[in-house]
Design a protein around this ligand. Structure first.
Ligand SMILES: Cc1cc2nc3c(=O)[nH]c(=O)nc-3n(C[C@H](O)[C@H](O)[C@H](O)COP(=O)(O)OP(=O)(O)OC[C@H]3O[C@@H](n4cnc5c(N)ncnc54)[C@H](O)[C@@H]3O)c2cc1C
Length: 430
């Protein structure tokens, strides 16, 4: 264990987790001239269970940082409109073309490419450091204040002290558990089986939804293969396993005839991962010296694919509020409470909309039950009104009360960031 004396604390912020929330917070704080260390337990970002959707609100944030052009140079596909049909036959139109934005589309980018991009941009700032293969184990608490954390890597356990420790370690957050923050859980009615099937080059769709009695699936184009999310009623994975792989393959072929010719590529259950869908929120996102953001503060259901964008908006607001107190070296719980105050309502409305969609669409599909008619009828009427008709698209594109970058660019970036810069960056703690 490497002990660091309190007098040596030069680190403004230590972030557990380099998902969308942690990576963006690291970038923004380093850009504002602060010293920030991000710890990521995996050795790379190559995990296929991450979402891939970067919405207009996030591209606008990248634009405010002068990064939109470079981001859009990454291999990606753009979707400008989507139509979702509810089980009662109501078509909900998500046309982003009518929205006031320079980026009226969802960019589909494999999340590992997106995180590599953000981490590389962050590495251009001298105050940024990212350690991969570094698993956060504990928070350091002294006199009721979180003073930093311990993490484990191949060399053993290390201690890091920082003025602020941020938990951006996702929905199974170790740090929020360590901080003893109360979790309020809701119960989405579904889980997701996550697997791939090969994709033919001439297959056109970038994203597709298929549903049939008692089942639904989403197909995401990952160029060489389809990433498939097969939605099942919560807790039904054991039943599927008991019925056996041949039965699963038959069901798939019926549900998604487009890929019926290759369902045999699934040879064993190991190829099919169970993703437990969770939705929860912390009653309080902070303690003295500690703040949770992103899924660590509020695990988002995959419905409407907004979790990445919500996590990034948290990072933007956290930096807007905290960069100055962090720079002064005096951060109070009032500052941390301000972050929660600005983000809690948008997040709660988002989760409520997701719960509504789950109720209207997924529960009805998965239980083959009739969806509640009244909300459908009201929705049908409302969506006919010209202004209200754009609400679904606005919700997906921008989220609720989208923030803008208000933190300054006080550090000077180096010109050409490379992956090596990121790995070998030597932070200049001031
Ligand atoms: C099946 C499924 C599909 C989804 N699809 C989409 C989608 O298409 N679009 C969308 O916008 N959202 C989607 N979501 C939601 C989205 O994935 C999350 O809301 C979003 O990733 C949250 O970002 P985050 O940075 O807060 O957390 P995460 O993305 O979970 O990142 C947390 C990071 O912390 C690291 N970490 C965890 N523990 C530790 C530790 N102890 N020490 C160090 N590092 C640690 C993890 O390895 C990870 O890199 C989906 C969710 C699910 C379950």
């Amino acid at each position: 264990m490497t002990a660091v004396a309190e007098d040596d604390v030069k680190l403004n912020c230590c972030i557990a987790g380099c998902g969308p929330a942690g990576a963006m917070l690291g970038l923004l704080l380093a850009r504002a001239g602060l010293n920030v260390l991000v710890l990521e337990k995996h050795g790379d970002f190559l995990r296929d269970f991450r979402g891939d959707t970067i919405h207009p609100s996030t591209i606008e944030i990248l634009d405010e940082l002068g990064l939109a052009e470079r981001f859009l140079a990454l291999p990606h596909s753009e979707v400008s409109s989507l139509t979702a049909r509810t089980p009662a036959g109501l078509d909900i139109d998500f046309s982003f073309r009518r929205l006031k934005t320079r980026f009226p589309f969802i960019a589909f980018v494999p999340q590992w490419d997106f995180l590599d991009f953000i981490a590389d941009e962050a590495a251009r700032y001298p105050g940024f450091q990212l350690r991969m293969n570094a698993e956060v184990v504990n928070l350091i608490e002294e006199d009721g204040i979180m003073r930093g954390l311990t993490y484990r890597d191949t060399d053993g356990e290390h201690e890091v002290r920082a003025r602020l420790t941020v938990g951006a370690d996702g929905r199974s957050s170790r740090t929020r558990e360590e901080a003893g923050l109360r979790v309020i859980a809701t119960s989405p009615p579904m889980d997701v089986l996550w697997f791939r099937l090969s994709r033919k080059q001439d297959e056109p769709e970038t994203i597709a939804m298929r549903s049939g009695p008692g089942k639904a699936a989403i197909l995401i184009d990952r160029r060489d293969y389809w990433q498939i999310g097969y939605i099942i009623p919560k807790g039904d994975a054991d039943k599927l396993h008991a019925a056996g792989l041949p039965a699963f393959r038959r069901t798939l072929a019926t549900l998604i005839p487009d890929v019926a010719d290759r369902v045999d590529e699934i040879q064993e259950w190991e190829q099919v991962k169970l993703l437990t869908v969770r939705s929860d929120r912390l009653a309080r996102w902070y303690r003295r010296g500690y703040l949770a953001i992103g899924d660590a503060a509020h695990a988002m259901s995959p419905v409407a694919g907004v979790g990445i964008n919500v996590a990034i908006q948290d990072a933007v607001v956290a930096t807007n509020v905290l960069w100055e107190p962090l720079r002064r070296g005096r951060i109070s719980t009032r500052d941390l409470a301000k972050v929660q105050r600005q983000r809690e309502l948008p997040m709660r409305i988002t989760q409520a909309v997701q719960a509504f969609i789950q109720q209207m669409f997924f529960r009805a599909v998965l239980t083959s039950s009739k969806p509640p008619l009244l909300p459908q009828r009201i929705l049908r009427l409302l969506l006919r009104l010209p202004v209200l008709g754009d609400i679904p698209a606005r919700f997906v594109a921008f989220g609720i009360r989208r923030p803008h970058v208000a933190s300054p660019a006080l550090a000077t970036p180096v010109e050409q960031p490379t992956a090596t810069d990121r790995a070998e960056a030597v932070p200049v703690w001031t």
